[in-house]
Design a protein around this ligand. Structure first.
Ligand code: FES
Length: 609
């Protein structure tokens, strides 16, 4: 069997002859982006052939010719391994800062589930030979702990441990660990937000509630597709992929644990508690439970109740007696991340009418009114993550993050890091589309206008592209490759699909709860993406309702903040359980007005002159 070697990590594995490079990448557990899941349609799984792959396929020629001329670039999902081969994979630049930003201060009472208690034993006497466990219970009762559970494992440990000056670590009422009293026993916890595209982990001191470290990582499932449906379908095509999808996720989480513990300088076995949130599909993959039922009508989950499992069962790199928990989901695709976001934004306590939008690869929307709360999920798709856009990329160094109109009515770009442009991220796309509308380069249906109708100074920006047109966003001298960066008609259609889905989701919730746009007191944009999009552009293209700008606020990673709250506070955790029951789930696919609103939402608003 041939050997494939991956650079720059210098990792080699043996694979059956004819295996695709993408399948080998997955097998090797390497993080790699394959947005269409290997169907050959996105042209984004580009890597460099160093030696030995089978000849280029037609699909590769079509996808690569225009961009990678003269370089041995290949599509990982199409290129086959027939002999020993060597390939070089792109190393993703990754900026933690954008994923972990928080715009609001949150305060709550710290009351973690893991607590420590001293054990001060009365001596047993011949006249009163109380058992060791009875005396431990009495000691803890004196400290205010009215009952405790000691399982067989710890009963055996107690019988073999000198019980002078010991203390116990408890999870609620269960004894978890015995240790020598007086030695400092620090206890830490993790809050984890498993996003479809990005995972974010926070390390917290469970005594003080202090955040000690934070780290983010691209979701390692990206080689199975950019969105949840691609990953589910890869699993349905090959059931073995469920194990792979679960394993790469756990490996990624363990990498995050390595990062945060190294940053804080603490041992991994001092971590006892982990609270995870994510959309329903992600929490299923996290637990190793097939989410296939989410992809077919009636789109139900296997599990939406909260789960608690020993960390060892999931092979999470923390204390072997540690606990892993997931928050409850609401229904179908509206998962634990939405419950976390509601909890963090305290929508359930707000007397106002508030719309919360968490735009990720899935868009979750919650509408809270004084009368109640409803939520829905839209398949926003990965366009805003750059996955289905010709020059799209994630919000990393070199991404065009902002587009504006220059003084002479031209187009100005701004990149992350202020260097040459490497691609366009979601906030740049929203700005670009709004600017195109304002400059008259695109009509309200999203169609790029013919060059002869373009204003003189901008006419050079409109070029023919395949069977349609494209708009040059960045000139050759502004880009990393020295080639023009364009937004194609197809790109604009992808943005319209995403926008249409989110806009329709919002409209359905407002219709269901009888809310007019004038009644909205606040629109909260949650998630990393919500923190960076321009409120003016988002409103200008109709992504969010046309309310006064002051009513639109960014929150940051609300789902992650919700996970932190429930990690640090029993009360908040209980609140999350009750909350999940209170939110009315609105299934968009079954809603009579959704299709009509979706088509309407694809259009861009008429601009004020
Ligand atoms: S073209 Fe290979 S993953 Fe999309």
């Amino acid at each position: 069997m041939p050997i494939i070697t991956f650079l720059p990590m210098d990792k080699s594995i043996t694979v059956p002859r004819g295996t695709s490079v993408l399948a080998a990448i997955r097998e090797a557990g390497i993080s790699f982006s394959a947005p269409c899941g290997g169907k050959g349609s996105c042209g984004k799984c580009v890597m460099e052939e160093v030696a030995g792959l089978a000849p280029e396929t037609k699909a590769e020629e079509d996808a690569l010719n225009s961009h990678q001329l003269g370089k041995p670039m290949r599509l990982a999902c199409q290129a086959r391994i027939c002999h020993d081969a060597v390939v070089r994979l792109p190393v993703p630049a990754f900026s933690d800062e954008r994923k972990t930003l928080l715009h609001r201060n949150i305060s709550f009472h710290i009351d973690p589930r893991f607590t420590r208690e001293r054990i001060r034993l009365e001596k047993a006497t011949v006249l009163e030979p109380s058992s060791l466990v009875s005396r431990i219970r009495e000691s803890l009762k004196r400290e205010g702990k009215t009952w405790i559970n000691i399982d067989l494992k710890h009963l055996r440990q107690i019988a073999m441990t000198p019980m002078e000056n010991v203390a116990g670590l408890f999870l609620d009422h269960d004894l978890v660990d015995l240790y020598q009293d007086g030695c400092e026993k620090k206890v830490y916890g993790l809050a984890l937000d498993i996003g479809t595209t990005t995972m974010v982990m926070y390390l917290l001191d469970l005594d003080s509630g202090r955040q000690l470290a934070v780290s983010a990582l691209a979701n390692p499932q990206a080689s199975f597709g950019a969105d949840v449906l691609s990953r589910i379908s890869s699993m349905r095509r090959n059931p073995d992929n469920l194990t792979l999808l679960h394993t790469v996720l756990i490996e990624g989480i363990n990498r995050l644990i390595t990062n945060v513990t190294a940053l804080a300088g603490i041992p991994q076995d001092a971590i006892y508690d982990l609270v995870a949130v994510g959309n329903t599909c992600m929490t299923h993959f996290f637990l190793g439970v097939s989410p296939a039922s989410l992809a077919v009508a009636p789109y139900h989950a296997i599990q939406e109740q909260p789960v608690e499992v020993p960390a060892a069962d999931l092979k999470i790199a923390m204390n072997k007696n540690g606990l892993v928990r997931t928050l409850p989901g609401i229904r179908s695709f509206v998962g634990a991340d939405t419950v976390g976001a509601i909890l963090a934004a305290e929508l359930h306590k707000s007397p106002k009418t508030v719309l919360l939008i968490d735009i990720g690869t899935n868009g979750e929307i919650v509408l809270k009114t004084p009368a109640g709360m409803a939520a829905c999920s839209t398949a926003a798709g990965p366009a805003f993550e750059g996955a289905t856009i010709l020059h799209g990329m994630r919000a990393d160094m070199g991404a065009i993050e902002g587009v504006s109109i220059s003084e002479n009515k031209g187009i100005e770009i701004k990149t992350i890091g202020n260097g040459k442009a490497k691609g366009i991220c979601g906030s740049g796309l929203i700005d670009a589309v709004f600017v195109f509308r304002q400059l008259g380069l695109m009509d309200a249906t999203g169609k790029i206008i013919p060059v002869e109708q373009a204003p003189g100074v901008l006419a050079h920006r409109i070029i023919p592209w395949k069977k349609g047109r494209a708009i040059i966003l960045a000139a050759k001298e502004e880009t990393d490759t020295g080639k023009e960066m364009i937004i194609t008609q197809q790109d604009i259609r992808q943005i319209q699909l995403t926008k249409g889905a989110i806009q329709a989701g919002i409209a359905v919730l407002m219709m269901e709860l009888g809310v007019e746009k004038e009644e909205l007191d606040e629109i909260i944009l949650a998630g990393a993406f919500g923190s960076y999009i321009s409120r003016v552009s988002a409103r200008g293209i109709g992504l969010i309702p046309p309310v006064e700008l002051e009513k639109i606020v960014s929150f940051g990673n609300a789902a992650g903040e919700g996970a932190k709250k429930t990690l640090l506070s029993k009360r908040e955790y209980q609140e999350s359980l009750a909350l999940a029951q209170k939110v009315k789930y609105i299934p968009l696919s079954a809603h009579k007005s959704f299709n009509h609103l979706f088509l309407k939402g694809m259009h861009f608003p008429v601009l004020d002159c």
